[in-house]
Design a binder for this molecule. Structure first.
Ligand SMILES: C[S@@+](CC[C@H](N)C(=O)[O-])C[C@H]1O[C@@H](n2cnc3c(N)ncnc32)[C@H](O)[C@@H]1O
Length: 393
C-alpha cells in the first residue's frame, strides 16, 4: 500500500484507544525493536586497537548512552503504562539515529569502511536517515505486517539533526582554553574520598620516601594541596613552588598547609596557566604532576612537557600519578568506561580541554627522562611513576 494512502488509517488508530490500535503498535514495535536491538548488539566487540588520538566515543559516546537509556525507559517503563501516541509512535523513532549510528559506525570502522574517528559527519547522518527511512517505511511494509509512515521518517530526521548538533558540540575542536576547577575546588576533597577512598593518595605518596631529598620542588596543578603538605612534612629541608590555574585550589592548598602545621613560607603559590607560565630554567630538582597531565590534549602536552623539563635540574626526579588503560581484558574495559565517564563529567564541570587520556611516556622520554619505577594500582587503572633525568655525561 502506498505510504500516503495509509495515513488516514493510522490517524484513526492514534485517535482511538482500541484493540486494533494496540495490536498495530505491538507488531510494529516488535519489528522495529528487533532491528534497533540488533544494531545495539554490535557494541559487544568494541575496537581497542585504535591509536589514542582524539576520537568519537562510539559506544561510549554520551549521546549514544543517553539515547539508549531513554529507549529502554520508554520501552519498559513508559509505553506499557500509557496510550499517548507520541511515546508509542515517535519517541523511539527520534532516538533511532543517536542509538543506531554509533555502533554501526564502529562496525564500519572494523570493516575499514570508515577511515577516521571523528564524530558522525553530516553525510553519515543524512545517509543513515535516508537508508533507515527506506528500510522501515518503504521496504519494511512490503515484507512485514506494518505500514509505512512519512512522519516516522520526519522523526528519524529530527532525531538525527538533534544528535548531529549534539555531537558537533561535544566533539567540537577545543580551543586553547584552560580548565576552570574553581567551582569544583570546595568539593574536590570529599568527592575524591567518596569515589576513590585512599587510592589516589596512595598513588601520590608511592615514591615520596624513596626519592632523594629535594631542595626545590615544582608542583604543577597541585589542586587542594594534600600532596604539598605531605611532601614538605616528609622532607623538612625542601621548599616548593606550586602552580595552579584555580585560585580556589590555591587557597585550599594554603589552608591545608596551615592546618597541617607546615610553615607557609616554605611554599610559594603561583596563580597561572601552566601552558602560559614560563618557569626558571634548571631550577627544580623535583617536578610533580599528580593527576594533572590528564587535563591536556596531545598538542598541549607537546608544548607543556618540554617547558617543564627545561625547568628541571640536571639530576631531577619527576613524580607523576595518573590514570591509565591496562593492556587487555576486563580491567581495560573497566578503566575505559570509568575514564569515559570521568572525562564527560570533568569536561562538563570544568571545561577540561582534553577529552581522553594521552599517555605522556613518549614525550617524557623525548625530554630526556627515563622511567625509573612504576607502580600500578586499582586493577592497573592508576599508576605512579618515578622518572629520572640523567645528567649529561
Ligand atoms: C584533576 S586536578 C588534580 C589536582 C591534584 N594534583 C591531585 O593530585 O588531586 C587538576 C588540577 O590542575 C589544575 N589545572 C588544570 N589545568 C591547568 C592549567 N592549564 N594550568 C595550571 N593548573 C591547571 C586544576 O586547577 C586542578 O587543581
Amino acid at each position: 500500500m502506498p505510504i500516503v494512502a495509509s495515513i488516514p488509517d493510522r490517524l484513526k488508530f492514534l485517535l482511538l484507544d482500541n484493540r486494533s490500535a494496540r495490536c498495530y503498535f505491538l507488531q510494529r514495535d516488535t519489528y522495529k525493536n528487533l532491528c534497533l536491538e540488533a544494531a545495539f548488539g554490535i557494541w559487544l566487540w568494541p575496537d581497542y586497537t585504535r591509536p589514542a588520538v582524539k576520537r568519537f566515543g562510539y559506544v561510549f559516546d554520551p549521546i549514544f548512552l543517553l539515547s539508549c537509556a531513554l529507549y529502554a525507559l520508554n520501552r519498559w517503563l513508559i509505553k506499557p503504562h500509557t496510550h499517548i501516541a507520541f511515546f508509542h509512535n515517535w519517541f523511539n523513532d527520534i532516538l533511532l539515529i543517536p542509538c543506531a549510528l554509533p555502533p554501526l559506525l564502529l562496525a564500519h570502522r572494523w570493516l575499514k569502511l570508515r577511515n577516521h574517528d571523528r564524530p558522525p559527519t553530516a553525510g553519515e547522518v543524512v545517509s543513515h536517515v535516508i537508508g533507515w527511512s527506506i528500510l522501515f517505511e518503504v521496504i519494511g511494509p512490503k515484507i512485514m505486517p506494518t505500514t509505512g509512515d512519512p512522519w516516522d521518517a520526519v522523526a528519524y530526521a529530527c532525531g538525527g539533526a538533534a544528535a548531529y548538533l549534539g555531537w558537533q558540540l561535544c566533539y567540537s575542536a577545543a580551543d586553547d582554553h584552560r580548565a576552570n576547577f574553581d567551582p569544583l575546588a570546595p568539593h574536590y576533597g570529599w568527592m575524591e574520598d567518596l569515589l576513590a577512598g585512599q587510592k589516589l593518595r596512595r598513588c601520590r605518596a608511592a615514591f615520596l620516601q624513596s626519592i632523594p631529598p629535594p631542595r626545590h620542588a615544582l608542583i604543577v596543578g597541585q589542586g587542594h594541596g594534600g600532596f604539598v603538605a605531605e611532601l614538605l612534612k616528609a622532607h623538612p629541608n625542601a621548599r616548593c613552588t606550586c602552580v595552579d590555574s584555580s585560585l580556589r585550589m590555591l587557597e585550599a592548598a594554603r589552608a591545608r598547609l596551615r592546618q597541617g602545621g607546615v610553615e607557609e613560607s616554605r611554599a610559594n603559590f603561583i596563580h597561572a596557566d601552566a601552558l602560559e607560565w614560563t618557569p626558571p630554567t634548571g631550577e627544580y630538582d623535583l617536578i610533580v604532576t599528580h593527576f594533572f597531565l590528564d587535563c591536556f590534549r596531545p598538542d598541549q602536552l607537546e608544548r607543556l612537557l618540554p617547558k617543564l623539563s627545561a625547568a628541571a635540574a640536571p639530576k631531577a626526579c619527576w613524580l607523576l600519578s595518573d590514570f591509565r588503560e591496562p593492556e587487555e581484558g576486563l580491567a581495560r574495559w573497566r578503566a575505559r568506561a570509568v575514564m569515559e565517564i570521568m572525562y564527560v563529567f570533568f569536561r562538563w564541570a570544568t571545561t577540561l580541554p582534553a577529552s581522553q587520556l594521552t599517555p605522556p611516556d613518549a614525550l617524557l622520554a623525548n625530554c630526556g627522562f627515563t622511567l625509573g619505577q612504576r607502580q600500578t594500582f586499582d586493577w592497573g587503572m592508576l599508576h605512579s611513576d618515578l622518572w629520572l633525568r640523567q645528567a649529561p655525561a
